[in-house]
Design a protein around this ligand. Structure first.
Ligand code: ADP
Ligand code: 5GP
Length: 185
């Protein structure tokens, strides 16, 4: 089977990670791509699981070697999708990329057959509550992330699907159905 490339975007704190991780645990035919980043690991994050944590020098070297499907800078750090990982996984499985709007549109250029899915919050208040509740960013980082949100949500019409993450189980099922629906095309 040749898998689909599913690109999931949405504002920081909307629940992308929670949805994608639950789905990849439940479905053996779905895997999440592991991106590279130059940001420091958060507590509990493991190299090769959440991200490949690279030095800036190493990241820049890999850009030179054309090793990224797409890459971008957020909040002063670099993030990129390694081409080799995605190509290898797609031989067997559906691959989910969890990336921001700009990265998603670049991925669509590189892989036109990819399916773009936006995860949207039920409300701005709930989004801020989740972001604060996660407790992994400083107040300044939260303020920076909230500023990007209206831009990200304004790009919804460029996406193939929009899923509102109100009830978590409903959102997980919706993403699973998108993969299956798209399979029949
Ligand atoms: P993202 O990956 O989009 O930045 P996370 O998956 O880290 O977001 O989720 C942010 C916070 O919101 C987490 O604490 C998570 O447990 C919580 N969360 C995710 N989905 C829901 C939901 N449907 N209802 C309530 N809380 C949620
Ligand atoms: P975080 O630091 O919260 O894990 O991620 C910050 C931002 O980087 C999020 O908007 C996330 O979607 C984005 N991001 C994560 N991985 C990649 C990637 O491989 N490429 C791009 N362009 N953005 C990414």
């Amino acid at each position: 089977m040749k898998g689909k490339l599913i690109v999931v975007s949405g504002p920081s704190g909307v629940g992308k990670g929670t949805i994608v991780k639950t789905l990849t645990k439940r479905r053996e035919d779905v895997v999440e791509s592991v991106s590279c980043t130059t940001r420091a690991p958060r507590e509990g994050e493991i190299h090769g699981r959440e991200y490949y944590f690279l030095s800036k020098e190493e990241f820049l070297r890999r850009i030179e070697e054309d090793d990224f499907l797409e890459h971008d800078e957020h909040f002063g750090n670099f993030y990129g999708t390694p081409k080799s990982f995605v190509r290898e996984q797609l031989k067997q499985k559906h691959v989910i990329l969890e990336i921001d709007v700009v990265g998603a549109l670049n991925a669509k250029k590189a892989f036109p057959e990819s399916v773009l899915v936006m995860i949207a919050p039920p409300s701005m208040e709930e989004l801020e509550r989740r972001l604060k509740g996660r407790g992994t960013e400083t107040d300044e980082e939260i303020a920076n992330r909230m500023q990007r949100i209206s831009y990200e949500l304004s790009q919804q019409d460029k996406y193939d699907y929009v899923i509102i993450n109100d009830d978590l189980e409903t959102a997980i099922t919706a993403l699973s159905n998108v993969i299956d629906e798209d399979e029949s095309k």
